[in-house]
Design a protein around this ligand. Sequence first.
Ligand code: G6P
Length: 487
Amino acid sequence: MTTSKTPFNRLLIVSYRLPFTIHQTPEGLSLKQNAGGLVSAVLSMAERLGQPGAPVASKIHWVGHADPALQSVDPAVFENETFVAHPVFLDEAVNKGFYEGFSNDLLWPLFHYFPSYASFRESDFTCYQQANARFLEEVLALIEPGDLVWIHDFQLMLLPNLVREARPDTRIGYFFHIPFPNYEIIKLLPRAWRQQLIQGVLGADVLGFHTPDYVQHFLQSVSEVLALPIIGNRVVFPDRSAVVRDFPISVDFAKFNNSGQEDAVVAMRHGYLSLLRHPKLIFSVDRLDYTKGITSRLQGFERFLHQHPEWRDTVTFVMTVVPSRDNIPQYQEIKREIEETVGRINGLFGSIGWRPVVYLYSSLTFTELLALYTACDVALITPLRDGMNLVCKEFVASREDGRGVLILSELAGAAQELPDALIINPTDTQEVADAIHKALVMTPREQEGRMRKMRDRVQNYSVFRWSHDFLKAFDEMMNNPLELETD
Ligand code: G6P
C-alpha cells in the first residue's frame, strides 16, 4: 500500500454512536474503547495522516451521541492517550424522534427494502434536522483549518452539507454503512425530504458506499432528485465536485486469524464441543433485526430436519441474537416470532438428549465469538438485506484451519466479494435446506478450496485497506481536479 500524500491536520470522526463506554475504575471514571473494526481502521488511518512518514500529529477526535446522564462527568474522562470523545447530548424528545423515529423507523426499513415498515412522520424529520444541527455545533466547536471530518451513516445524512455551508474549505468524507436502494424506493420519500437528504450527503468531497450497485443507485437518485451533472464517478457543482465510489468495508483479518489458538479460545471451544456432544455444529450471530432473515433461516433449518431425518440427533444449530432497538414494535414482534419458531422446531424434532436449536438472546464476548466461529462446521448467514455483513468476513478470517462452510445470502453486500460461499436466496427455504445438507456433507478438500479463496479476499481487502482507499480517494480528487466550466 502506498502512503497518502494528502496532508491533513487532524482526524475528526462523527457517528451516531461513540465507540467508547465510561467505566468505573479504582482511580475513578475512565474511557474504555470498544474493539470494533471502525476503531481499528480509524487508528490505522490516523497513522497515515499528516506529512508522509511523520508520526500521528494529534489525537483522534470522535463526536457522537452520549447518554445525558454523563453530562455531569468531568470532560477529562472523555480522553485517553489516542482518542478524545466529544459527547453530543440530545434532548430526550429530539433523540426519540431522530433516532427511534426518522432513523430507525423510516430510513432503516426503507433503505433495506421494507417500505411497509416505514413510518413517515413530519415531527420525526424535524427532530432529525435538529439532531444533525446539534452534531454540527459540536463539530464547529472543534474544527480547525486542515482537519479531515469523516461522517458516518444514515443517522447523519444532513451533516456533510451543514459542515460544508459553515466551513466551505473543510475536507469532508462520508461513508454510508447500509444499502443505498434503487431510486423507486427513494421516490417514496416526500420531495423536500429526499432533496435535503441527497443534498446533505453531497456536502462531502468523498462519498463511500459498500458496493458498485449502491453507488449506481445513489448516482441515479442524484440525477433524478437534484438534476446535477455527473462525470464518471463525480457529481459536479459549479465550484467543486464530489467523488462517489464503492469501498467494501471489511474486518481486521489478522486479529481474527490469530486469535483462534489463544488459550482462552481453545478452552472455550473444547468446553462448547463437549457440552454439545453432537458431531455437527451450525452457527449464526446477528443483531436482532427483521432485515437479518432469522425466521426464514429457522424455517430453512426446519425444512432440512424434516427432509433429512438422518441428521436428527447429530446436528445442533447455535443461534445467537444480540438485543437491539427493542423499543420499536417491529423488533418486539420479530423477537416473538423467532422465539415461537425456535420453540416449534425444538418441540417437533427435539428429544430428551438433543435440542436442535440452541437459542441465545445476548451479546457474546470476543472469546465466545471466536470459540464458536472456530468450533462450527457451518456458518449460516441469511439476511433479507444487509449493507455488507461483517459476520461472514469474521468467520472466514477466523478459519485459519481452512475448514468450515459459509452459507451466505445473495442479498448481503458481502456476497459480491465471496462467491465461493454457498450462495442462497433466504426467502427460498428449500434452497436454504439444500445448502445446509450440501455444507454438512462437503468434503474437507472442497471446504478448503472454497475457504482459501474467501480468506485470500478478506486478507487482501481488510478494514485497513478500506480506510486506506477511502483516504487515497481524497488524493486522487485533489490531484485530478475536474476542468470546471466558469462563465
Ligand atoms: C448498523 C448501522 C449502525 C448502527 C448499528 C447498531 O450497523 O449501520 O449505524 O449503529 O447498526 O444499531 P443501533 O441502532 O444500536 O446504533
